[in-house]
Design a protein around this ligand. Structure first.
Ligand SMILES: *[C@@H]1O[C@H](CO)[C@@H](O)[C@H](O)[C@H]1NC(C)=O
Length: 142
């Protein structure tokens, strides 16, 4: 019995490595808060109303991904992983959002200040119950 345990561990390790290599999950893990209108002006594109995608799926970059403004216009895939209330996430939903603002200076303040990404109300409510103000997310740049 104990003779077989090391190879069992190795099998799990190889499976884990293969899954990481072949993209079962490619994203980074972070957190998301939400913010509400008014969304203008933004740190990225000022008062230009054309900066918002027609889907209304957009967000403000936390300091970790703000990248000194280089994140403006970047697109991210985001999905909800977990939250304090376990029914908060809509696990089957993934959204693609566009960064239009900097969370640290957004006109309308985020529901939490330390989030990786702050999502528009539409974006947040697409992947989670909007009565939550903070969720754990997986995200990857498109
Ligand atoms: C969203 O969360 C609130 C508070 O936990 C709950 O009362 C409500 O039923 C939830 N809505 C949905 C659609 O799950």
């Amino acid at each position: 019995m104990s003779k077989h345990q090391p190879s069992g561990v190795l099998q799990w390790l190889s499976l884990f490595l293969l899954m990481s290599l072949f993209g079962v999950s490619r994203g980074d893990v972070g957190t998301a808060a939400r913010y509400s209108p008014p969304y203008l002006p933004t740190a990225c594109f000022g008062n230009n109303p054309a900066q918002f995608p027609s889907s209304n799926l957009f967000g403000a970059a936390g300091e970790g991904i703000w990248d000194n403004g280089a994140s403006c216009g970047r697109q991210y895939l985001v999905r909800c992983l977990s939250a304090a209330v376990h029914t908060t996430c809509k696990p089957e939903e993934t959204i693609q959002i566009r960064i239009v603002d900097r969370a640290a200076t957004s006109v309308s303040r985020p529901s939490r200040n330390d989030a990786t990404i702050v999502l528009s109300t539409t974006a947040f409510s697409t992947i989670a119950n909007v009565s939550a103000d903070f969720i754990n997310i997986e995200f990857s740049q498109v």
